[in-house]
Every structure is written in structure tokens, then in C-alpha cells.
Design a protein around this ligand. Structure first.
Ligand code: COA
Length: 384
């Protein structure tokens, strides 16, 4: 009998060339390139191509891809109309899952996904572009639709990050905030085989349409054990209120055996490399604003310092969610949209895994350890 490992912990579910984590050393790389170098020198558009194709693009290839993304930002008016029928109190992740799945109805053609040499590479490429391009549009549109307003149209002259911020706020994007959003998208674009990416593999392996595959991944990400901790971080920092109250608050939570949100990670036993990059962006923003930023920034710094003292010996350090939420808050983005922004970025990694799965596909069909009744005779209802 095979050994059953709950959550498949430590069981390789695939072989992949897309990203890698060294949790002891705190290294994350996409296609072999360290995340620090990508955050410093790349853009979300370029990183997306790197994840999809496995290599850094030429300038011409990148320009062509960026143009395709821009041309595919608009969504059909049917989708806008559909979104207007959703309850305004609906969660952005449920909106996104429904809208992404619905968009798939406009692009039949998935019958070409037969695996191996029979694939229609144009269909795969076009669907990849359409989904990534529209994720940002849908999330930004929802912010207006749920308040009863007409959503703004995308702007062709803007990069992915700039357009998202423009559509979200209706304002010309501040260059520093647009840069920070671009880096946040790069940092969240991929992270090996977690629950949502695993669901991509399972659904891709049945040759489901790409929109269905991404809708399934969105479902997995929407759960509080996966996406969503950055929303909790912001709520926690608001609860604390100011740096001088942090110590008492943290000690009380730890004494009550409650987790400190944004701390700890299954894979990293040192500080998450993405948290280090985000912390530097927090510093940059504070410096640019002459300190005139949300007091949450100072509180977060104090919380991290106290947690280092209390939790470092357990290998618990700040993770990617610790600083991202406060940066999004500074951009005027409400907390319930944070997971949806994570999803926009992660669509790049999900679709890279979709393509990798299709290129060497075998349907997932794991086995189980049966722990139920042995075979027995049916009891007629009058004898039960
Ligand atoms: N706050 C306080 N203590 C924490 C902690 C946190 N955020 N994360 C881990 N610990 C403690 C555990 O209680 C455990 O202590 P113990 O050995 O005394 O029992 C020890 O550190 C080891 O943690 P463990 O439960 O094995 O970690 P895990 O790998 O199972 O869990 C997380 C990882 C992410 C689920 C966990 O760190 C967590 O809940 N973090 C907060 C939520 C969060 O920020 N999630 C986003 C992840 S990107």
C-alpha cells in the first residue's frame, strides 16, 4: 500500500522548468534568474514573456508582446453588462472567477488542445495574451461597477502597471507608484507548485479550456489559506494603530497562540526574498514622501523588528504579504482587492504552467488509500 501524505506535502507533483525556491538560502528564481535582478531590471511584461517562453525576449519580441497585451485589454460589452448584474457586496475574487470563466465563452477552439504535436500554438498564444491582458481590466472595472459607476476604458499608451492604476483610480498614475506596482506584479507572478498552480496542472491535464483552467486556479487562490494574508496584515496594522502599541499587541497574540499575519512561510526558513524587495520599496516611498505616508508603515517596521526578536529562532520571518498590503493601501486600493491583484500577476505563472503541462501531458489520476467499509450486501430500507 502506498503511503498517504496529507496535502501531498513533500511529494513532487510535476517536473517543471519555470521557477525554483531555495528556502534555506531565501532564493527565488524564475527560469534561473534571481527575483532580485528581475525586480530591479525587468518589467511585468518582460517577466511574463520570460515565464511563458523560458528565455529573456529580444527588444522586438518584447515590443510585439507589449502591443498585443495593450490591444487585448478591452473586454466585450456583454462582460461589462454581466458584471453590472453582480451584487456590489460580492467579493472581487468571485467576480474575477465568474468573469474569467464567462470570457472563455467568446473564444471557442479549445478542441485543438490535444497535447503533443497536435496543439494549435496560435490558439495557445492568443488565449494566453487575452487572459493576462484582461485580468487587470476586470479587477479595475469592478472597483467602479460595484460603486455604481461606468468603468473607465483602458489607455493604450500605458504599461500594464500604469494602465491598471489609471483604470483603478481614474488618475494619471504617479511614476513611483506605477514602478512599485510593476515590481509587485513581478514578485507575485510565479511561485512553484502551490495550491492554485497545482489546480492549473490538474485542470490543464484534462484539456479543459484555458479560461476554465484559470477560473479553477482563481478558486484555489481565493481561500484564506492561500491568497489573502496581505489583507489580514493591513487589518492587523490598523488594529495596532501606532508603533508604540506594537510590542504589547504582538506579545498578547503570541501568548494566545495566534499567528502574526505576514510572518512565516512553509518554503522559506529565512526572510522571504520578495519581502526584502518590498521593504526597500516601502523605504523608497517613505523617502520620496518625506515621511508623509500612512502611519501603518512605521507600525509595520516596528512589528517586524519585534517579530524578529520573538520568532527568528523558529525560522519565522516576514513573507511577501507583510509589506505588499501597505503599499497597495498607499495606492488607494481597498483591502478586499489585494488577492485579486495577486491573481492578476499570478495569471502569468499559471499560464506558463498550463503551457508546460500541455507540452507533455498526461491526465492526473492519483490513487487513494481506501479507509471505508469492506464490500457488503445492500440492506433493504425496511430492514435498516
Ligand atoms: N506567527 C507566529 N508564530 C508562527 C507564525 C506566525 N505567523 N508562523 C509560524 N509560527 C510558529 C508556529 O506556531 C510554530 O511554532 P511551534 O513550533 O512552537 O509550534 C513554528 O513557528 C513553525 O511553524 P509551522 O506551523 O511549522 O509553519 P508552517 O510552515 O506550517 O506554516 C504558514 C506556514 C504560512 C501557514 C504560517 O507561517 C502562518 O500561518 N503565517 C501567517 C499567515 C501568512 O502570513 N500567510 C501567508 C504566507 S505567504
Amino acid at each position: 500500500m502506498s503511503e498517504y501524505l496529507p496535502g501531498l506535502a513533500g511529494v513532487p507533483a510535476t517536473q517543471s522548468n519555470i521557477s525554483d525556491i531555495d528556502g534555506e538560502k531565501g532564493i527565488l528564481s524564475y527560469r534561473g534568474y534571481p527575483i532580485e535582478q528581475l525586480a530591479e531590471q525587468s518589467t511585468f511584461e518582460e517577466t511574463t514573456l520570460l515565464l511563458l517562453d523560458g528565455k529573456l525576449p529580444s527588444q522586438t519580441h518584447l515590443d510585439e508582446f507589449a502591443i498585443k497585451l495593450r490591444r487585448n485589454r478591452r473586454v466585450q460589452y456583454h462582460i461589462t453588462d454581466l458584471m453590472k448584474t453582480f451584487p456590489p457586496s460580492g467579493h472581487p475574487m468571485e467576480m474575477l472567477q465568474t468573469a474569467v470563466a464567462s470570457l472563455g465563452m467568446f473564444y471557442p477552439g479549445g478542441e485543438c488542445l490535444t497535447g503533443g504535436e497536435c496543439q494549435d500554438l496560435d490558439y495557445i498564444h492568443n488565449m494566453t495574451v487575452k487572459i493576462i491582458a484582461r485580468m487587470g481590466t476586470l479587477v479595475a472595472m469592478w472597483e467602479h461597477i460595484r460603486q455604481g459607476y461606468e468603468p473607465p476604458e483602458p489607455r493604450d499608451g500605458y504599461s500594464y502597471a500604469e494602465n491598471f492604476l489609471y483604470m483603478f483610480t481614474r488618475e494619471k498614475p504617479d511614476p513611483l507608484l506605477a514602478h512599485i506596482m510593476d515590481v509587485c506584479l513581478i514578485l507575485h507572478a510565479e511561485h512553484t507548485i502551490n495550491a492554485s498552480t497545482f489546480s492549473v496542472l490538474v485542470n490543464a491535464s484534462t484539456l479543459a479550456s484555458p479560461n476554465s483552467v484559470i477560473a479553477a486556479a482563481l478558486a484555489a487562490l481565493s481561500g484564506p489559506l492561500h491568497g489573502g494574508a496581505n489583507q489580514k496584515v493591513v487589518e492587523m496594522l490598523e488594529d495596532i494603530g501606532s508603533p508604540d502599541k506594537a510590542e504589547e499587541y504582538i506579545d498578547k497574540r503570541l501568548a494566545n497562540k495566534e499567528v502574526i499575519w505576514g510572518m512565516g512561510h512553509r518554503e522559506y526558513k529565512t526572510k522571504d526574498p520578495r519581502a526584502k524587495i518590498l521593504e526597500k520599496l516601502v523605504d523608497k516611498l517613505m523617502e520620496a514622501r518625506g515621511g508623509a505616508v500612512n502611519p501603518m508603515f512605521e507600525t509595520a517596521k516596528m512589528v517586524e523588528k519585534i517579530c524578529e526578536d520573538r520568532l527568528a529562532q523558529k525560522g519565522v520571518y516576514a513573507n511577501v504579504d507583510f509589506y505588499s498590503g501597505i503599499l497597495y493601501t498607499e495606492m488607494g486600493i481597498p483591502a478586499d482587492q489585494f488577492t485579486a491583484i495577486f491573481a492578476i500577476a499570478r495569471s502569468a505563472g499559471w499560464l506558463a504552467h498550463w503551457r508546460e503541462q500541455l507540452s507533455d501531458n498526461r491526465i492526473f489520476r492519483p490513487t487513494q488509500v481506501y479507509a471505508g467499509e469492506p464490500v457488503r450486501d445492500y440492506t433493504p430500507i425496511e430492514l435498516r
